[in-house]
Design a protein around this ligand. Structure first.
Ligand code: KDG
Ligand code: MG
Length: 404
């Protein structure tokens, strides 16, 4: 078997997605997600100009060797653009291997370790009543765990949530320049325990509540928040400090037993080395799409297992259904699975990417179709071309840029 074609498809059914499609000489196709929110064309160019020409003629069954060839062979390694491109190739090769075997991909990863994959959904509100309504809506959809993010009195944007402008009004994802949002860490630290208190008062002690601090805190601020949230028993506090400094979490750990989740912007095992070996975190958050694919993410989860650290793969709207499917197959297979983030996609996105995975009672299942179980409707994809889109940027009250 040989790869005869490698095509990159950029489509925007409401938001941009980058997909690699590999075709073999016997007509088997494989898909991989290469979407990097706000930097989509950089990955598409990396794939089209530098990777696709190397793939034709290769044996698609040699997944590990192809991964090493693209990672080590480039000399310039790591980074989100490179690793999203490598991920797309890796996942497309796993898709081909599983289709050739006539098996759903999870069977090649060791088979099912569980019957279904538990998820958490997103509840957001500009104020507490809106947030409580949003939690009710997620519960009505079947979710049994919810991430809660709330607007902060005195600040206009609901932080860390795409799609509101400085007046709090809804805006389309696509925009030619980043929105500028406002931020005040002290106001956030004062308000967030009250958010947990209100949600606990309304929904009781059992509902797992998650919260994302989106890299906005210093180590001592993060330690304060982790400690203040302890009485409300959060399922986790996510990305409490900027990701670059792994040692920062030692300080947070010293002060609190709130579980910590980290890693959606990480792209290699080296980003996690200190965090895992010193047991500074409880969940690894990387996405297949941004971590170089299933091959390295499986190795990461295996490294985490003896430290009792669990998986919790990134699953916002900007991971395409191809990337989601890859995560769900791995979720079903690995023993130290924790939880899967699942924001879902719009009906138009689901029409472009028809998938075999299902969402029922707050749980996902990858389905039994051979391979990943995702088909790309290329005609519909072509009818929705790329449109520039950026994540927002954040500025403090004095006008200086802060982490978003
Ligand atoms: O592209 C950035 C988003 O994926 C990110 O803001 C979502 O933090 C996020 C999460 O936990 O889903
Ligand atoms: Mg996050």
């Amino acid at each position: 078997m040989k790869i005869v074609d490698a095509t990159t498809v950029v489509t925007s059914p409401g938001r941009n997605f980058v997909t690699l499609k590999l075709t073999t000489d016997d007509g088997v196709t494989g898909l991989g997600d290469a979407t990097l929110n706000g930097r989509e064309l950089a990955v598409a160019g990396y794939l089209t100009e530098h990777v696709a020409p190397l793939l034709t003629g290769l044996d698609p069954h040699r997944i590990e060797d192809t991964w090493q060839y693209l990672y080590r062979g480039a000399y310039w390694r790591r980074g989100p653009v490179t690793m999203a491109a490598v991920a797309a190739v890796d996942v497309a090769l796993w898709d081909i291997k599983a289709k050739a075997a006539g098996l759903p991909l999870y069977q090649l990863l060791g088979g099912a370790s569980r019957e279904r994959v538990r998820t958490y959904g997103h509840a957001d509100g500009r104020d507490l009543p809106e947030l409580l309504d949003s939690v009710r809506a997620r519960l009505a959809e079947g979710y049994s765990a919810v991430r809660i993010q709330s607007g902060i009195p005195g600040l206009k944007a609901v932080y860390g949530v795409h799609g509101t402008d400085a007046t709090g009004a809804s805006v389309p994802h696509q925009r030619a320049r980043p929105l500028v949002e406002d931020w005040d860490t002290d106001a956030y630290l004062r308000h967030t325990p009250a958010v947990f208190e209100a949600v606990r008062a309304e929904f009781g002690p059992e509902l797992p509540l998650l919260h994302d601090a989106h890299h906005r805190l210093s180590p001592i601020q993060a330690a304060r928040l982790a400690k203040d949230l302890e009485p409300y028993r959060p399922f986790w506090l996510e990305d409490c400090t900027p990701a670059e400094n792994q040692e920062a979490l030692r300080l947070v750990r010293r002060h609190s037993t709130t579980p910590l989740a980290v890693g959606e912007v990480f792209n290699t095992v080296y980003d996690y080395q200190t965090l895992i070996t010193e047991q500074l975190i409880d969940y690894v958050r990387s996405a297949v799409t941004h971590f170089g694919g299933l091959t390295p993410l499986r190795k990461l989860v295996d490294l985490a297992a003896p430290y009792q650290i669990r998986s919790a793969f990134h699953g916002p709207e900007d991971i395409s259904p191809v990337g989601m499917a890859a995560a769900i197959h791995l979720d079903l297979a690995v023993h130290n699975f924790g939880i899967q983030e699942y924001a879902g996609h719009t009906p138009l996105t689901e029409a472009v990417f028809r998938h075999a995975y299902t969402f029922t009672d707050g749980h996902l299942h990858p389905g039994e179709a051979p391979g990943l179980g995702v088909e790309l409707d290329e005609e519909l994809a072509a009818a929705h071309p790329y449109a520039p889109a950026y994540l927002p940027v954040n500025r403090l009250r004095d006008g200086s840029v802060h982490d978003w």
